[in-house]
Write a protein that binds this ligand. Structure first.
Ligand SMILES: [Zn+2]
Length: 148
């Protein structure tokens, strides 16, 4: 898809899988390439259960993770987010949340004007990423952005 011209949104996702499922970067890449016929994994980063961060698309490239906003955003995906009944659940590991904090801070360094949101904020039909990103940002001490 080529390079983005702007980056004004950082979108947090989850893989919508159960914690005990063996899902990692390669699994998600396979899902995206085989089931959705993407040329690559749709996200820019994946944070695996043990906190390992893997880079997907190059950070300046278009991602494929959020309808209508791929031209202006980067996507970070945490593995997990479903309970045993396949309902949304904030079951991410402490290490994942810690790495998310580092990643978000890094992104805000690169793109200070960017807004950090959960997928559900841009697409209300999704429960993704199974936790309140706004509340998490406040809890982690990120300065709240002014309203749009
Ligand atoms: Zn999502």
């Amino acid at each position: 898809m080529g390079k983005r011209k702007e980056t004004n949104t950082i979108v947090v996702h989850c893989s919508a899988s159960k914690p005990e499922q063996l899902v990692d970067f390669d699994t998600i890449k396979r899902w995206h390439m085989m089931e959705r016929a993407f040329i690559d994994i749709g996200y820019h980063w994946v944070i695996e259960r043990d906190g390992t961060v893997k880079q997907g698309r190059p950070i300046d490239d278009w991602g494929a993770h959020v309808k209508g906003h791929n031209h202006e955003s980067v996507g970070i995906c945490l593995v997990g987010g479903l309970d045993s009944d396949c309902k949304p659940q904030d079951n991410f590991t402490e290490k994942q949340k810690r790495m998310l904090k580092f990643l978000v801070a890094g992104c805000l360094n690169l793109w200070p004007e960017a807004k950090v949101v959960g997928h559900t904020h841009l697409d209300q039909e999704k429960a993704c990423p199974s936790f309140d990103v706004c509340a998490w940002l406040a809890q982690e001490g990120f300065v709240a952005e002014g309203e749009e």
